[in-house]
Design a protein around this ligand. Structure first.
Ligand SMILES: Cc1cc2nc3c(=O)[nH]c(=O)nc-3n(C[C@H](O)[C@H](O)[C@H](O)COP(=O)(O)O)c2cc1C
Length: 387
């Protein structure tokens, strides 16, 4: 499966300028996105035509291709994995292609999923350098944003709604906020750590929907009731749990220790795109669906990937509320280095792919990094620093 993207790249050419042009010339660069590979590959127009001329299922004779385009070209495309063969020399690419197909991805979703992954990106530094960190920086760079509230219809036709008396649930909802200031001096009590995991990711019920087809109940909804999302944990600072990598087991509410990485702090930093304020969390939970668990039901379905992403959003909100109910701080980020996370946990992006990282832990005593807390719910202690 390959999607060919013609990418326009502008370059300066003096001859064009001297000839009365603008000097800016646009070239087309072809990028081949094959989701069974770890990254896209730039190819020339002739290679794009060769790949574009081959089907995804019908086998063709390699010799005929070599006769038409030369050994070097075809061997090059085979070595890159953009075409597959039954030669044992290309067995790894063929196996990856077959495993990828077996997941039942909708093709464009798979391309999008693979193409949106990062490796080693320090997004925090990039945003800072571009002057886009503060609201003022954004406003200066991009002008006025679309309006906060969206008006439809005529004002005199609007129906005012009653406001309900506040309950404890309103209190909890209003406490939800993104924590960017964790306490790096204290360990998270183990009981609180376990409690959050049980509330968010634990199986609260289990039924056999059909023979050999078990379905679990969680506190969040899941498209098709398949609950494909796994929680992989970077435990940094929890009482009685060694710092390291773990897989959470929803069925028996247990941790499976995984092989260690050389530098846990570096992994935490890159897992959240260089945002130290998030890397400081006592626990970072990588949310990674086992795609086939959902795609088994919604085969090659154009909505299926969307459903797995929506599941992440639900889990995140439940994690926020579960943590905040215990007086803890929490966050979610999608600014993650998927490739670094995959390497650390031994994941293959098209089988089990990180979509977000949620962190939680003890809140710090001082707001060093800004938080959005206009009603002073998260921060009754101190005013936020001036921007
Ligand atoms: C999907 C998602 C991704 C986010 N990514 C980041 C992030 O990378 N860095 C960050 O500081 N905040 C991130 N946030 C937090 C938002 O900035 C935050 O929700 C927003 O400012 C509103 O603040 P509140 O959550 O405290 O109400 C993310 C939120 C969501 C829902």
């Amino acid at each position: 499966m390959v999607w060919l993207e013609p990418r326009e790249v502008a370059r300066f050419e003096l001859d064009d300028l001297l000839g009365g042009g603008t000097g800016v010339v646009n070239d087309v660069h072809w990028h081949a996105h094959a989701p069974h590979l770890s990254q896209s590959i730039e190819i020339d127009a002739e290679a794009a035509a060769i790949v574009g001329g081959l089907g995804a299922t019908a086998w063709v004779d390699a010799q005929a291709l070599i006769d038409a385009h030369g050994t070097q070209r075809i061997e090059g495309l085979l070595a890159a994995g953009l075409i597959v063969s039954d030669d044992t020399r290309h067995a790894a690419h063929r196996a990856a292609d077959e495993t990828h197909r077996a997941q039942q991805w909708f093709g464009l979703s798979s391309v999008m999923h693979a193409a949106s992954r990062w490796s080693g990106v320090d997004a925090a530094a990039e945003v800072q350098e571009a002057g886009l960190y503060s609201p003022l920086g954004l406003r200066n760079a991009y002008g006025i944003p679309p309006p906060t509230f969206h008006d439809r219809g005529e004002p005199d036709t609007r129906i005012a709604l009653e406001r309900a008396p506040r309950t404890d649930f309103d209190e909890l909802l209003d406490l939800r906020s993104t924590c960017r200031n964790f306490d790096t001096t204290r360990a998270l009590p183990r009981a609180q750590f376990a409690n959050v995991l049980e509330r968010v990711f634990g199986a609260r019920g289990q039924v056999e929907a059909a023979e050999d087809f078990e379905v679990i109940k969680r506190t969040s909804p899941s498209g098709g009731a398949m609950h494909p999302t796994e929680a992989y944990l970077i435990v940094r600072n929890v009482e009685g749990i060694d710092a390291g990598l773990y897989h959470y087991r929803p069925g028996d509410h247990a941790l499976q220790p995984l092989p260690p990485v050389d530098d846990l702090e570096k992994l935490a930093f890159f897992a959240v795109g260089g945002q130290q304020w998030f890397a400081d969390a006592h626990v970072l939970a990588v949310l990674a669906p086992r795609f086939q668990r959902n795609f088994w039901k919604y085969r090659n379905h154009p909505k299926a990937y969307r459903v797995t992403i929506l599941d992440i959003g639900h889990l995140s909100q439940t994690l926020f509320l579960s943590a905040i109910d215990l007086g803890l701080g929490a966050y979610i980020t999608a600014a993650i280095n998927e490739v670094d996370i995959e390497k650390a946990f031994g994941l293959t992006h098209y089988i089990e792919g990180p979509l977000a990282v949620c962190g939680f832990g003890l809140r710090g005593g001082e707001m060093v990094t800004s938080e959005f807390d206009p009603n002073r719910k998260a921060w009754p202690r101190k005013s936020p620093p001036a921007e």
